[in-house]
Ligand binder design. Sequence first.
Ligand SMILES: Nc1nc2c(c(=O)[nH]1)N[C@H]1C(S)=C(S)[C@@H](COP(=O)(O)OP(=O)(O)OC[C@H]3O[C@@H](n4cnc5c(=O)[nH]c(N)nc54)[C@H](O)[C@@H]3O)O[C@H]1N2
Ligand SMILES: Nc1nc2c(c(=O)[nH]1)N[C@H]1C(S)=C(S)[C@@H](COP(=O)(O)OP(=O)(O)OC[C@H]3O[C@@H](n4cnc5c(=O)[nH]c(N)nc54)[C@H](O)[C@@H]3O)O[C@H]1N2
Ligand SMILES: [Mo]
Length: 672
Amino acid sequence: MSLETRKTICPLDCPDACGMIATLENGTITKVTGNPDHPITQGFLCHKVQTYHHRVQSPDRILHPQRRIGKKGEGKFEQISWDEAWDILVEQLTDIKQKYGGEALLPYSYAGNMGLINRPAGYPFFHKYGASQLLQTICSAAAKEGWNLHYGARPGSPPEKAADSDLIIAWGISAKVTNIHFMPFVQQAKRRGAKFIVIDPYLNSTAKSADAYYPVTPGGDTALALGMLKYSLEKGLIDQSFIEQYTEGFEELAAYLKAKQLEEFAKISGITVAQIQELATMIGQTEKTFIRIGIGLTRNTQGAMSVRAITCFSAAMGLFNGAEGQGALLMSNSFSGDSGLLSYPSLMTTPTRSVNMVQLGHALTELSPPVKGLFVYSSNPLSVAPDTTRVKAGLEREDLFTVVHEQFLTPTARYADLLLPATTSFENHDLYIGYGHFYMGRVEPVIPAQGEAVSNFDLFQTLAQKMGYSDPPFLQTIEERINNYLTSVQELPEQQKKESLLPGEIVPSRLIDTGGDFSKFEQYRFRFSANSGDPNTPHIPCLLPREEVDDPNLKSRYPFLLITPPMKDMLNSTFGERYQDKAGVLMIHPQDAEAQNIQEGMRVEIFNGRGKNIRTATISENTQPGLLVLEGIYWENEFSQMTSVNELTSQKTTDLGGGGTFHEVRVNIRAV
Ligand SMILES: Nc1nc2c(c(=O)[nH]1)N[C@H]1C(S)=C(S)[C@@H](COP(=O)(O)OP(=O)(O)OC[C@H]3O[C@@H](n4cnc5c(=O)[nH]c(N)nc54)[C@H](O)[C@@H]3O)O[C@H]1N2
Ligand SMILES: Nc1nc2c(c(=O)[nH]1)N[C@H]1C(S)=C(S)[C@@H](COP(=O)(O)OP(=O)(O)OC[C@H]3O[C@@H](n4cnc5c(=O)[nH]c(N)nc54)[C@H](O)[C@@H]3O)O[C@H]1N2
Ligand SMILES: [Mo]
């Protein structure tokens, strides 16, 4: 028997981007474990990825090109050869372009595979073709805009710093679910006596392990951060010398805070005045404070504002001296290679229209001139995009040509006219970085491509050639694209910059040494200048109403607030294939359950004007009265009566960045 191990990296959309070791027995992967040499992975993997090889080698994988033979959505296909698939693609794409123009084709992709090369691999092709451009805003766009407005594009603090902290705050992040490799640093700090605090609308699994938990109202973080800052200002807890030395524009914010009552901030945040005072005092008195900011708190119509308020609060408290145990981490921003060397925007001869991916429902049903071709890869929009009733109405259109490049028969894939087999990351060459840490790694295939599956890179290189495109980017091999890109990555250690990163290697960003020290960057701006952004954006963080939650009409019809955070054993809708016999759980407070006559284990319909989702009730004090929690993006299945969570969410976007508002939803419920 031949036994060998190979190093790879987890491709999933998670801050941790773990180093993995795959064990092969006679060419079959029998085990995957965490790479002990990866400084963040530290030898362990999350529960869902410990069996990642079962997904890679699953008998349910799509391994051959297929053509639809049933009705759209029925999921009936017949196997065809790649030659036939290429013929259909070239014919349809040429026809769409000739009849309606390039913009009638809409590419739709996100982060099924975070590989730096494979993730944007379709871009050169779609630029050359002249397709509509997809604004990839669904996840972190609001977080990024909120951070950059005052900070500039500077990195976050390395997570390792939290190990030396005396106070760690997980703010809008369920680290035990979505960033578990942050937790060992928390545990290390706790062993030294540090306190761990969670700020979240519900008592999630991370909050259960915290020393204190503050149940903020969804979207109430701006009020909480500003309330704390007002109190700190009054009590002299702010860091005056840091403000003078490294920041500008504090006066306007201070004047705004002075003119308001603490009670107003308390009411909007859902946190009592006493708790605001307690939390602000604790932070003010603990020099080594580390704030881990989540993307979760940005998924509402004041989401970027929340990030702005939290970063302004952090800066005023002087959390950025670069001192030991001190800092804030939203996203690491630890490598900044030239993305043009991956996406080649220069191939676009005339600028084409942009479509926000959050508004796919609108794009497929109302956009004019209409979308005639949809090319989906590395995403499952019928599960993950908001307002999926509209998405489905679009996918059902007989005059829409839909291509889906996938590993599994997802709800979206069932609507494909042409279904193409995608490799998994274990079959690819690629580069990975983690958005919650400061390391980059390179991988080569662990196993050969399964069946007739092709990587995103190979799909689009071949398609370009079939379409007769011969520009240099379409002639590159994957190694050439990787090495070419690496030359542009300034943050690589000198040796790798000169000699290129080797497969299996994991290296730190040079930015890790800055450790979140603000003196190394430009001034921090409490007041951003209107010249540098949208004139409607307030210059300082401030209280504004939220579109759906504060709408009086919706309030009377849909009395419950809903948030839709991740489930531990799924990654967005990835692994949905494992849970096709589950509708998922609705978490409801005992008071609400009683008022609505809902008992534990009952089937409940959660509904609003957009759609519905059927789930099983679990009655729990872990949520607040009036707040429902639906964890997990389960695929629509017979147990949920073919409904799914994103029928309930809206196409409204965040205040900045055009992001998704998945945690700002009004609904009602009834037992079914
Ligand atoms: N197991 C698992 N891990 C994942 C994912 C997954 O689906 N499953 N998804 C991955 C992806 S793509 C991403 S972007 C990250 C996201 O990971 P996070 O940054 O953790 O963001 P969310 O998971 O959306 O929400 C985190 C927490 O924010 C809370 N929250 C919601 N609204 C608010 C609010 O207004 N204020 C505050 N303070 N908290 C709020 C939610 O209740 C939840 O507990 O996780 C990644 N990791
Ligand atoms: N209600 C609600 N909705 C949400 C969220 C939420 O918190 N609540 N979170 C949002 C967030 S943060 C995000 S990032 C989005 C995520 O949205 P998506 O990026 O669409 O995420 P996934 O559901 O993981 O779907 C990825 C798909 O890509 C496929 N895939 C994996 N690797 C490859 C590959 O190499 N090539 C190809 N062609 N396919 C591949 C997988 O099989 C999977 O079906 O969802 C958003 N939707
Ligand atoms: Mo995400």
